[in-house]
Design a protein around this ligand. Structure first.
Ligand SMILES: C[S@@+](CC[C@H](N)C(=O)[O-])C[C@H]1O[C@@H](n2cnc3c(N)ncnc32)[C@H](O)[C@@H]1O
Length: 327
């Protein structure tokens, strides 16, 4: 659910630290913002910027060294945008294209607009392909009222925002360790700050099995009563990691899917072994590299493969690497 605006000044005052505000063509508003929130970054674009010089050019220049130039819309977003008087529509469109989903555009005459993507699942910051984004979005949109979605591996919040905007009446539990190579919890908070139905769930690196208990605590229920309507696994992609996530969360879940099941990947091997039946299931304890071929043979011949191969297409020329458990 997109957080509603009470007053614009109050909205600026509660932007989380590190948020980015951009003011086009009004130095007074830029100064006012500085006194409203000292923990946000404020950028000014002078009103003389025209469509000949894309406004984003100066923004990106200011951010050079901070964000990769490649795919800047994945790495650079504005949370609050103020448009002064006389700014041309092309400049507005250009700068606005960097606005966060749910982010605020505030015009000099008091008009306010929110950034809503079209289609609604088109969230640039998510590390997913279009078809994969659509898959998550439609799955969450179809949840019953009061339903929940749990994702393992929230990273910077992209997939959580896809889910949150798809269904404002569902609770989105976004699980991550936010540690190691990805110390991005502040970035996650910023990216998800406009959505009240996202609940961050931080698990410890060495005890990811505590996730269900933490989620149940946040939901105010005993863990024995936890029921996950829709589970998406996109966390630790090592064999043991994916197996731990499957063992930890699948028993609570009605619908199960995950990301990156490219042919021959650890994800694919772990998923096949987890859902295999009979003897093939024993291969779960075997080293994945040594027994990858055997594992595949046994799992397939065991007839218990619990995911749709067509949705774990070969890595190259594939539109989706999502696997999902057949119900
Ligand atoms: C590929 S990213 C997830 C991308 C995200 N789903 C998106 O679409 O924007 C993988 C994330 O998994 C997290 N992770 C790694 N091990 C984990 C674990 N045991 N439990 C939860 N998250 C984990 C990493 O910190 C990282 O943020």
């Amino acid at each position: 659910m997109i957080r509603s605006i009470i007053t614009l000044d109050e909205t600026v005052a509660v932007l989380v630290p590190g948020s980015i505000a951009v003011v086009v063509g009004d130095p007074n508003r830029a100064n006012a913002l500085r006194s409203l929130n000292t923990e946000i970054e404020i950028y000014e674009i002078p009103e003389f910027v025209t469509s000949d010089i894309p406004a984003s050019h100066s923004l990106l220049k200011a951010h050079l060294g901070k964000v990769p130039i490649k795919r800047p819309k994945m790495h650079f977003q504005i949370d609050y945008l103020y448009i002064g008087m006389g700014v041309t529509p092309s400049v507005i469109d250009d700068v606005r294209s960097y606005l966060h989903v749910g982010g605020i555009v505030h015009f000099h005459d008091g008009r306010v607009d929110r950034q809503i993507p079209e289609p609604v699942w088109d969230i640039p910051i998510a590390k997913l392909k279009p078809m994969e984004k659509q898959y998550i979005s439609e799955g969450v949109a179809n949840l019953p009222p009061g339903g929940n979605y749990v994702e393992i591996g929230a990273y910077k919040g992209g997939s959580a925002v896809i889910a949150a905007i798809a269904n404002p009446y569902a609770t989105i539990y976004a699980v991550d360790i936010w540690a190691g190579l990805n110390p991005d919890f502040e970035v996650f908070l910023r990216h998800t700050q406009f959505f009240d139905n996202i609940v961050p769930v931080k698990v410890a690196v060495d005890v990811p099995q505590e996730g269900p208990t933490i989620i149940a605590n946040k939901a105010g229920i005993p863990v024995g009563n936890l029921s996950i309507d829709f589970l998406f696994i996109d966390g630790d992609h090592h064999y043991e990691g994916i197996m731990t996530d499957l063992e930890t969360y699948v028993p609570y879940s009605k619908r199960v899917c995950g990301h990156d099941a490219a042919q021959g990947s650890y994800v694919q091997v772990a998923v096949e072994r987890y859902f295999a039946k009979g003897f093939a299931r024993l291969l779960r304890v075997c080293p994945p590299d040594a027994l990858r071929l055997w594992g595949k043979l046994f799992c397939f011949s065991g007839g218990g493969v619990g995911y749709q191969a067509g949705h774990a297409l070969p890595y190259k020329n594939s539109d989706s690497s999502i696997w999902y458990k057949l119900s």
